[in-house]
Design a protein around this ligand. Structure first.
Ligand SMILES: [Fe+2]
Length: 165
């Protein structure tokens, strides 16, 4: 059975505000915490590398990547760490704002298909295809990634986004 994840173009299905209270996530198991963080990371990375990215979406997405990379392990290992959970919530919100301005890309396209065909949770599916999506897009984003490989870019972002050698 196919389950299509669509986003009808109506303002009635988009939130007017977001409540970022990490206490609401305290009972999330480590696997769900990690999968949710990988979804947010995919949102940020696809916003950064999408053809509709802008300096505005880049700023939001880069901040999100740094917060996720710096907090996902702690939040997954210690579900009681509200500082790490709060940072992930802010990151997820920033990544959402970023991709609402620049869209997501082929990674989410593949993840939606994997989720619908095989029942793979959305965040896990995104994590499975993120590297391949970046490699597929690399010829188109190589110059942009190289521009970030400078001291003003948070090192975790440059390390994560640049291809492994
Ligand atoms: Fe997603």
């Amino acid at each position: 059975m196919f389950v299509y994840k669509t986003r009808p173009p109506t303002r009635f299905l988009t939130p007017d505000l977001a409540i970022l209270d990490p206490e609401l996530t305290r009972s999330m198991p480590p696997s769900l915490t990690a999968a949710t963080a990988m979804d947010a990371l995919s949102h940020a990375v696809e916003a950064l590398t999408g053809s509709q990215s802008s300096p505005y979406s880049d700023a939001l997405a880069l901040q999100a990547v740094g917060l996720i990379v710096g907090n996902v392990q702690v939040a997954a290992d210690d579900g009681e760490n509200m500082s790490a959970r709060g940072a992930l919530m802010v990151a997820a919100n920033l990544a959402g704002l970023a991709f609402n301005h620049s869209m997501v890309g082929c990674g989410h396209g593949m993840a939606h298909a994997l989720g619908g065909l095989y029942g793979i949770p959305h965040g896990v599916a995104n994590a499975l295809v993120l590297r391949q999506a970046l490699e597929y897009n690399f010829p188109y984003i190589e110059d942009k990634l190289a521009a970030w490989n400078k001291p003003s870019t948070p090192s975790c972002c440059a390390t994560f986004l640049l291809p492994c050698t």
